[in-house]
Design a protein around this ligand. Structure first.
Ligand SMILES: *Cc1c(COP(=O)(O)O)cnc(C)c1O
Length: 444
């Protein structure tokens, strides 16, 4: 296994990566942006090795995907074994057991002990699309309610559901109809302050649905229990349970988009578990299969089974190799207590970031849960003016020093931390030292 050590063999990106980047520019569509142009040749645990022999500490997990670690031995073995047996049949043509086993696991692990059914897809966006399809059939209603700062994907329907224009939607419209956006319970930026946020937001949101959409026209409210791309916005305690209650009272389905938050990332199997929220439908992807492309929709049996035969599916959905990977990844999460690991990593991240917040007023907010933490950077702590330039500068500093970091947020000013749950604590501390150095350099 790749040595769990940061190595700076050349400047970053090095000459081989720069060569490959020239080929990239000539061959790959310009619309596919790259955050840190080092071309990776190997990865394991918390380390990515590039074409120049640099070894970078990974604080992104390929956007919360490789939670169990790149090249997790259980996943590698399961995938290898499955590839040898068969690679594809299409489950809708001739089924196979690993697909069924993944659905059984998801039905058991997702919040709530009611009877459930699952269906498998290829990407998070596809899972969200199918959540909307199922919700519309099950309720006979057209409208879908989503939130400010939401991110649900890049297909036409999920672009409509995603909040941010640039770069996700800009120029790509017109978008799917019957999608309505309401304010997000965002404590740091709530006009009445964080204490008022839960009750205020619940009133504003339910009032907007009632008066502008009509509960009786609303199939589903779709929410990320902690927002991902939109800035790791954690709704205040009470908001999600209140929303779930309101939905239940009005026959509106609550869809939790757990694509980024799922699979131990936040210190529980799912982010909804934290407050005991039981959604009607749950979408998952990213961390589900140790890096193999797989997504799922899991929900109440009577809701899922409302769809006519043949109404759900796709050629590759629930590919057997991806299913084998998911079963191995979920076994690793349970056996290695990765939820507990996420809580331990979250404590380290939270402590280190809080120290930075005390030292630098530009660190306006530190938030998140488990191994899904962020700091929001502002130019002035009083006006809370977002500072995307600072986030970009700190990011550049981390990259040059061999740490893979990600930013996010509607204003591009949120620095997010998504280390593999398999990362060593010494490596995480070292990465936070690099962050500190890069922040100090950017502010000097
Ligand atoms: C990434 C993401 C999606 C889209 O998933 P893809 O696999 O990129 O299609 C949807 N919802 C959330 C919350 C996400 O973080």
């Amino acid at each position: 296994m790749l040595e769990q050590r940061r190595v700076l063999a050349t400047e970053i990106p090095g000459p081989r990566s720069r060569e490959l980047q020239a080929r990239t520019a000539a061959a790959v569509a310009a619309g596919v942006g790259v955050g840190l142009p080092v071309h990776v040749t190997e990865g394991a645990g918390g380390i990515l090795r590039d074409a120049d022999g640099n070894q970078l500490i990974d604080l992104g997990s390929g956007i919360a995907v490789t939670g169990v670690g790149n090249g997790n031995p259980r996943v590698v073995e399961a995938v290898t074994e499955q590839v040898r047996r068969f690679t594809h049949t299409c489950f809708m043509v001739t089924p196979y057991e690993p697909y069924v086993a993944v659905c059984e696991r998801l039905n058991a692990l997702t919040p709530g002990d009611h009877e459930k059914r699952s269906a498998l897809f290829n990407s998070g966006a596809e899972a969200v699309e199918n959540a909307v399809k199922v919700a519309r059939v099950a309720t006979g209603r057209p409208a879908v309610v989503v939130f400010e700062h939401a991110y649900h994907g890049r297909t036409n329907l999920t672009m409509a559901m995603t909040a941010r224009s640039m770069p996700y939607k800009h120029g790509f419209g017109p978008f799917a109809p019957e999608v309505y956006r309401v304010p997000m319970a965002y404590p740091y930026r709530w006009p009445g302050g964080p204490e008022a946020c839960a009750a205020d937001a619940l009133r504003v949101v339910t009032d907007a649905i009632t008066t502008q959409v009509g509960a009786e026209n609303t199939a589903a409210v779709v929410i990320e229990p902690i927002q991902g791309e939109g800035g790791f916005v954690v709704p205040p305690e009470g908001f999600l349970p209140g929303l779930a209650d309101w939905c239940r009272e009005h026959g509106v389905l609550l869809v939790a988009d757990e694509v980024q938050t799922g699979f131990c990332r936040t210190g529980d199997w799912f982010a909804c578990d934290h407050e005991g929220v039981v959604p009607d439908l749950v979408t998952t992807a990213k961390g589900i299969a140790g890096g193999m492309p797989l997504a799922a929709l899991t929900g109440r049996a009577e809701v899922m089974d409302a769809v006519h035969r043949g109404g759900l599916g796709g050629t590759y959905g629930g590919n057997p190799v991806a299913c084998a990977a998911a079963l191995a990844a979920m076994e690793s999460m349970a056996e290695d207590d990765l939820a507990g690991r996420a809580r331990d990593l979250g404590k380290i991240l939270g402590d280190r970031l809080s120290l930075l917040a005390r030292r630098y007023p530009q660190v306006g907010d530190v938030r998140g849960r488990g191994a899904m933490m962020a700091m929001e950077l502002v130019s002035d702590p009083d006006t809370r003016e977002p500072d995307a330039a600072l986030a970009a500068a700190v990011s550049r500093g981390c990259h040059e020093r061999g740490v893979v970091t990600l930013t996010c947020g509607t204003y591009g000013n949120v620095f997010r931390f998504l280390p593999p749950l398999a990362i060593g604590e010494d490596l995480l501390h070292e990465a936070m030292d690099v962050l500190e150095e890069s922040l100090a350099a950017a502010l000097s």
